[in-house]
Each structure stands twice: as structure tokens, then as C-alpha cells.
Design a protein around this ligand. Structure first.
Ligand code: C5P
Length: 235
């Protein structure tokens, strides 16, 4: 693939066209943001680490039958992906209560619910990505009920696969966010990234946070946490 024109810049990634109209190159940056970009910074080599971590996770999910936009890793910071139209939804799964749910409902972080919690948020920076339900998503034209049903099914499978995959490395998958996109055939596939930027990972033995909460909460050792996740996935 030959890198073409710059198409789009998000908070952590840039997207470039390629010579193939159905493919894009995704470039991972070191920029870090939190709280709807109120907090800004950068983590040295985060782009390199998240590109590699996302590559390992997407390859694993593909091997287990999950359809994704991922084609191949091109170099340290770039991957070749299928061009998709991202649905304006963030799908969040919670296995342990933390973050915004702990705060919003006044539940102690670390509480284990008896069920798995699925949330959807409307991707709109100016609104702070508000929590919505299926009826809102359909009314907004973000997805159809059938598409939502498909996304929840795939998301549940991804959660089962990743929970087990990480637990083998003594990591608790507390929660995570994924995004879906529609490819040129109209198929809905897993897109975006899965990394310590988009998941909460707690060490099973020490309960140490190994994710972006170290940046959000100024806990230090941010880069080291991402390196630790990568090293456990490759050991
Ligand atoms: O902040 P909250 O507790 O709702 O986040 C739940 C999960 O979704 C966390 O793993 C967080 O990293 C991820 N998330 C994300 N992007 C957002 C919001 C949440 O990756 N815009």
C-alpha cells in the first residue's frame, strides 16, 4: 500500500488514504487526552505500543472468528485497515464497576456486578459522548435495531474472548470501549483500536492499574503500564 493524502485526525490517531480506495493507513500518535480532551498530554512511544497491542488483539480476535477492519501492521506506528464508516456509537462493556459508572451511580470502584453491563454512548465531542439507549441510537439514525442486536452479540463474544485471554496473563479486564464501522459491502465490523487507552486492565495479584487511568489520575508510570501489557501479551 502506498500512503496517500491525509484524511482525518482524531485524538490519538491520524488516517491516511492509500492507492486502494477500500483501504486506509492508521497512524498511532503519542498524544493522550482525557475527560473529553480537557486534560492533554503525551506519553512517550504510546503510539508504538498501542499499534503493537491493537495488532496483537485484533489478530487474536480475527483468529477466533471476529470480523475486524484490521489488515496488517505496516511499521512501528502504522497499520493498514479496511476503510469503514464508523458508526457514531461507543459500545462499553463492564465486568467490574469503575470509572464513570462508579461515579454516576455512587458505587465503589472494584465492585463486581452479578451481570455483565453493556452501555452505548453517542459519539459527539461537543456533548461529551452522552450515555444513550437503543431507542435513542435508532432515533439518531446511528444504527438500526438489527445492527444494534448484532453489535451486542459480537461485543459479548469479544468480552468473553478478551476476559479469558487477559486472565491467562493475570490481568483483569475491568471494562473497555469498542467502535464498529461499516465496510464497502455494508458489513458491520470491529474497528478503531483496543489498547490500554480504551480498556481498564488491573493486575490480578497486585490490583495495579495498567491502563490510561494512570494518565487520567496522574498515578505515574504510564508508559511502564503500557509496556507491561505488551510484554504480557507477547510472553
Ligand atoms: O469513563 P468510563 O468509565 O465510562 O470508561 C469505560 C471504559 O471505556 C474505559 O475502559 C475507558 O478507557 C473506555 N473509554 C474510551 N473512550 C471513551 C470513553 C471510555 O476508550 N471516550
Amino acid at each position: 500500500a502506498t500512503k496517500g493524502e491525509f484524511l482525518y485526525e482524531g485524538k490519538a490517531k491520524q488516517i491516511y488514504a492509500t492507492n486502494n480506495p477500500n483501504q486506509v493507513i492508521i497512524h498511532y500518535k503519542d498524544d493522550a487526552t482525557a475527560f473529553n480532551a480537557e486534560k492533554k498530554g503525551s506519553v512517550q512511544d504510546k503510539g508504538v505500543l498501542n499499534n503493537e497491542i491493537t495488532t496483537l488483539i485484533f489478530n487474536y480476535l480475527e483468529s477466533q472468528g471476529i470480523k475486524t477492519h484490521f489488515i496488517e501492521k505496516l511499521n512501528e506506528r502504522e497499520q493498514l485497515c479496511e476503510k469503514v464508516t464508523i458508526l457514531p456509537l461507543e459500545v462499553i462493556v463492564r465486568n467490574v464497576i469503575a470509572g464513570s459508572m462508579a461515579k454516576r451511580l455512587d458505587i465503589e470502584e472494584g465492585t463486581k456486578p452479578s451481570n455483565t453491563i453493556f452501555e452505548i454512548c453517542y459519539k459527539r465531542d461537543d456533548l461529551g459522548d452522552p450515555l444513550i439507549n437503543d431507542d435513542h441510537a435508532v432515533a439518531l439514525g446511528a444504527a438500526t435495531y438489527e445492527e444494534l442486536e448484532h453489535m451486542y452479540k459480537v461485543t459479548a463474544k469479544i468480552n468473553d474472548l478478551l476476559k479469558e485471554h487477559f486472565l491467562k496473563e493475570d490481568i483483569i479486564l475491568v471494562d473497555f470501549k469498542i467502535e464498529f464501522g461499516k465496510n464497502s459491502e455494508g458489513e458491520i465490523v470491529l474497528a478503531d483500536e483496543i489498547s490500554p487507552d480504551t480498556c481498564r486492565f488491573w493486575d490480578k495479584n497486585t490490583m495495579k492499574k495498567l491502563d490510561k487511568d494512570r494518565f487520567r489520575r496522574d498515578l505515574g508510570d504510564v508508559r511502564e503500564a503500557y509496556v507491561e501489557i505488551l510484554s504480557r501479551l507477547t510472553k
